[in-house]
Design a protein around this ligand. Structure first.
Ligand code: ITT
Length: 193
C-alpha cells in the first residue's frame, strides 16, 4: 500500500483523514516518522500555509507528504477568522474560546452565512499540487453537539439539519470541506499509479 505522511499536529484531522482515505493508502502521522516540530504558519493564505507545512516534511525527510490548512470564513466578518481560525481568540486559546468569540461577534446579527475551507498541498515526487474543498453553511446561535473539534458545534452546512458536531465521523466525512479536498487528492493519486 502507498505510504504518505500527513503533516499535521491536529489529532482530530488525522482521525478524519484516516477514516476517509485510510483504506487506500497508509497515512503516517508526523510522530510516526519521528517529527515533533511545531511548524510555523506564516503565510496569509490557506494555500501558502498548507505548502509551508507539507514542504517542511518533504524537505526534511524526503518523503511524499501532504498538509491541510483550513478555516472558517464568515461573510459578515469579511472572511474572518479565515487563516487565523486556530488562534482567533489569541495565542494558546481553546476551541471553546474561539467559538465564544464568534458567537459574540455575531450577536444580534441575522446574516450568518459562512464557508468552511480546506486547502490540501500534496508534495508528490517533489512537485506541489493543491486541492480545495469548500462547504457553504451558517453559524448557529448557540453550540449544538459534542463530536468533532474546533468550530464544529456552531457550523451547520446548508440544507442540513445538523451541525458538524451533531454528526458522527462517517457522516461528517460524507460532506465536509476536508472530505471534499481529500477526495480530490485521492483521485489524483489513483491516476498516478
Ligand atoms: P495543523 O496545522 O497541525 O494541521 P491546526 O489545528 O493548527 O493543525 P489549521 O492551521 O488548519 O490546523 O487551523 C485550522 C483551525 O480551524 C483549527 O484549529 C480549528 O479550530 C478550525 N478547523 C479546521 N478544520 C475544522 C473542522 O473540520 N471542523 C471544525 N473546526 C475546524
Amino acid at each position: 500500500m502507498r505510504k504518505i505522511v500527513f503533516a499535521s499536529n491536529n489529532a482530530h484531522k488525522l482521525q478524519e483523514v484516516r477514516n476517509k482515505i485510510g483504506s487506500s493508502m497508509e497515512v503516517l502521522s508526523m510522530n510516526e516518522i519521528g517529527c515533533f516540530d511545531d511548524i510555523p504558519e506564516t503565510a496569509e493564505t490557506f494555500e501558502g500555509n498548507a505548502e509551508i507545512k507539507a514542504r517542511w516534511i518533504a524537505d526534511k525527510y524526503q518523503l511524499d507528504c501532504f498538509a491541510d490548512d483550513s478555516g472558517l470564513c464568515i461573510d459578515t466578518l469579511n472572511g474572518a477568522p479565515g487563516v487565523y481560525s486556530a488562534r482567533y481568540a489569541g495565542e494558546g486559546c481553546t476551541f471553546s474560546d474561539n467559538n465564544k468569540k464568534v458567537l459574540l461577534a455575531l450577536d444580534g446579527i441575522r446574516e450568518r452565512q459562512a464557508q468552511f475551507v480546506t486547502v490540501i498541498c500534496l508534495i508528490w515526487k517533489g512537485k506541489s499540487y493543491f486541492f480545495r474543498g469548500e462547504v457553504e453553511g451558517e453559524i448557529i446561535e448557540k453550540l449544538e453537539g459534542t463530536s468533532g473539534f474546533g468550530y464544529d458545534p456552531i457550523f451547520k452546512p446548508k440544507g442540513h439539519p445538523l451541525t458538524y458536531a451533531q454528526m458522527d465521523l462517517n457522516e461528517k466525512n460524507q460532506l465536509s470541506h476536508r472530505a471534499k479536498a481529500l477526495q480530490m487528492m485521492s483521485e489524483f493519486l489513483q491516476r498516478q499509479l
